[in-house]
Design a protein around this ligand. Structure first.
Ligand code: NAP
Ligand code: HSE
Length: 428
């Protein structure tokens, strides 16, 4: 039998302990499938005394993940600490420089440093695999990189943050306001240490940036993404959307346009009857469209110990079998610079605004929309409060740039009392 494949694991939290568990539980199965023994040689975390629910006594302990990454008895450095820089980045660089392959679940690090790390991996004749970084247990990186390699990918979209989907679906099912459900999600331990990564759309944006790079052969470009979070979605928005046959989802869309790659992560209205519209709780869904395959829909757990460790081990097994694919599916030097495209296809928009209840207020809004070529499809005034008139407008298809300009103009008036909530109605 071939030599054992030796893992050094840095990070023994939710995901790291899950990976140790699979290696221990499924040793025979992993060997049968890869033809090699998968052995953990060394581990690292901050607190050596912490009980992690797995037996670590057979492994060498390193306090410093950089030291672990460089050990002679490590073939694959498994980075499961997290963070876009700091120890995760330092140790990943050290591992590549020392000639190790890297498996990571760290979307933040790759979204910010993926190109440089991919180049470093190639210079060392190694690769970085990151299935667990995008949509947890769903094998979407593998699907895009390998199974769909014969396609020109036209669009990748989906719901890639389970916490946001939990919050939005729970608000609807329980009729609870955002703040209450946010507190609930916090109590359940769903939120990242910095919750703005989740509810601000940043975590999902990191994931989309990685998929877009593979799909379109471009350098990962997180900074070129348009990102809006779900913080301003109210129970009113959810109920009004439901009345019209829609659900609100934090939806990521990446597509190649004539001007470059368009990437956006924003709350959108999607048809309630569509597969994405029906997605409940913390589940993720990724939809991939290619010229030959047409449409693939992948659905599954986007987070959690088992699903994320499952994805890590898929990468480890590939490396054990000798499958070493370039980090983003093609050599890093061939990934194109792609200007961020801002001009998404026109779409109808849902606008909620609170107007001053005085003569001419609505007329002023209608005039500004008209001046920006936005045509009103439907309009409703509801729940009238003293001196304030909440108004809901659905536009005909409008160009996003025109909408943005109209929103800026609306905010400068004395009749719109708070920045409007504007949600794209996406055909999915
Ligand atoms: P976690 O539970 O917070 O665990 C992080 C681990 O890293 C802990 O064991 C911690 O040590 C260790 N660590 C942190 N800083 C360190 C340092 N300076 N030196 C050595 N060890 C250090 O995080 P997690 O949920 O497992 O997430 C790990 C990675 O997977 C992140 O990149 C995350 O985004 C990604 N991910 C997580 C999920 C999920 O469902 N949890 C899903 C997809 C992707 P101590 O335990 O001693 O504090
Ligand atoms: N915070 C992330 C989520 C974890 O809610 O989807 C998985 O990346």
């Amino acid at each position: 039998m071939a030599d054992p494949l030796r893992l050094g694991i840095a990070g023994l939290g939710t995901v790291g302990a899950g990976v140790v568990g699979i290696v221990q539980r499924h040793a025979d199965l992993l060997t049968a499938r890869t033809g090699r023994t998968i052995a953990i040689t060394s581990v690292s975390a901050r607190d050596r005394s912490k009980d992690r629910g797995v037996d670590l006594s057979a492994y060498a302990w390193e306090d410093d993940p950089v030291t672990l990454a460089k050990r002679d008895d490590v073939d694959i450095f498994v980075e499961l600490m997290g963070g876009d820089s700091g120890p995760a980045l330092d140790a990943t660089k050290a591992a590549l420089a020392a000639g190790k392959d890297v498996v990571t679940a760290n979307k933040a690090m790759l979204a910010h440093h993926g190109q440089a790390l991919a180049e470093a991996a190639e210079a060392a004749g190694r690769t970085i695999r990151f299935e667990a970084a995008v949509a947890g247990g769903i094998p979407v990186v593998k699907a895009l990189t390998e199974s769909l390699a014969g396609n020109k990918i036209t669009r990748v979209m989906g719901v890639m943050n389970g916490t946001c989907n939990y919050i939005l679906t729970r608000m609807e099912s329980a009729g609870l306001p955002y703040d209450d459900v946010f507190a609930e999600a916090d109590a359940l331990g769903f939120l990242e240490a910095d919750p703005t990564l989740d509810v601000g759309g940043i975590d999902a944006g990191h994931k989309l940036a990685l998929l877009a790079s593979i799909a379109f052969g471009t350098k990962p470009d997180f900074d070129g993404m348009r990102i809006e979070g779900i913080e301003r979605i109210s129970i009113d928005d959810i109920n009004r959307a439901a009345d019209m046959g829609y659900r609100i989802k934090l939806l990521g869309v990446a597509q190649q346009t004539a001007d470059g790659v368009e990437q956006r992560m924003q709350p959108c209205l999607v048809p309630a009857s569509s597969p994405i519209g029906q997605l409940e709780g913390g589940t993720n869904m990724v939809v991939i469209e290619g010229d030959a395959v047409e449409q693939i829909v992948l659905r599954g757990p986007g987070a959690g110990q088992g699903p994320t460790a499952s994805a890590v081990m898929g990468d480890v097994c590939d490396l054990a079998r000798g499958i070493r694919i370039p980090t983003f599916g093609q050599p890093a030097g061939t990934l194109a610079d792609s200007p961020p495209a801002r001009s998404a296809r026109p779409a109808p928009y849902y606008l909620r605004m609170t107007l001053a209840d005085k003569p001419g207020a609505l007329a002023k809004v209608a005039t500004i929309l008209g001046q920006h070529e936005l045509s009103i499809d439907r309009m409703r005034q509801y729940d009238h409060a003293e001196l304030e008139a909440p108004v809901l407008i659905v536009t005909h298809a409008a160009a996003p740039d025109a909408l943005d300009a109209a929103l800026r103009a609306l905010e400068t008036t004395d009749v719109v009392l708070a920045p409007p909530v504007a949600l794209r109605i996406e055909a999915v």
